[in-house]
Design a protein around this ligand. Sequence first.
Ligand SMILES: C[S@@+](CC[C@H](N)C(=O)[O-])C[C@H]1O[C@@H](n2cnc3c(N)ncnc32)[C@H](O)[C@@H]1O
Length: 259
Amino acid sequence: MSSTSVNQIIDNFSSKAEFYDQYSRIQKLSGQMLLERIPALSYMRVLDLGCGTGFFIPELQELAQHVTCLDASEKMISFVKQRYPTVETVVGDFDNLDSCISTNYDLIVSNYSLQWSQNLTRLFASLKRCSTRKSMFAFAFPISGSLSELKNAFVEIGEPGFINEFYSEEQVKKALDEAQLTNYSVSVTTETVRLVYPGVLDVLHSISKVGAYTNTNEKYEHKLSKTILKNLINHTRAENNANVFNISWKICFIIGTRV
Ligand SMILES: C[S@@+](CC[C@H](N)C(=O)[O-])C[C@H]1O[C@@H](n2cnc3c(N)ncnc32)[C@H](O)[C@@H]1O
């Protein structure tokens, strides 16, 4: 991923921030699944990486006395500030945590954001520096296998590369190994969630309305033209039952506890 695409990622999320809560169906589901995996202890300080509009702040406030929300999008952070004026906010890049976080947290969470990281190893390694001695982290993000139906449909109409490559489970585990989290007990599990949409256009709509449409594949130069869209709609109508398009999300859950 080039640095241009990082700015592009953030600009695209910013431009759709106002629609995010309305269209973030899979993100909400994943966030609930993540919360269920966090032991209901009394935490002092929680840090949310890639917080977006702060949809899960009420739940985080129940878990911890102090909530800090970090996002690289100023627009997303302005939503958080408006809704939760007492929550601490940081406009910052989770791939450079050392430059924007100086406090130690006993809970670090992230939902549906780390798939945008350009350097998972560095991100995981920086957890050691911003955690307290007794701490845990809990992350959920989509990995390869996600959006496979949409990806296949694009391949079948001769447009491979339109859907971003997600990290594979092996790459995530390798990044954790390389980060040398020796003082942590870490578990990595995956779960596949299937959502049903009336058609392929609704799927594309759900991705674009939350701002998650940046193509990080440097080699892919096409825009989603009307012709490509028409081909895709016709192809998927012919291939699928009318009014049903299934989408799979393979979600990776990483839970780490400092031992
Ligand atoms: C799909 S949203 C998830 C928002 C929220 N966690 C939720 O569960 O609703 C992804 C968020 O990650 C943020 N993001 C992407 N790359 C980032 C980076 N390198 N550093 C910080 N935030 C980033 C985006 O601005 C966006 O708000």
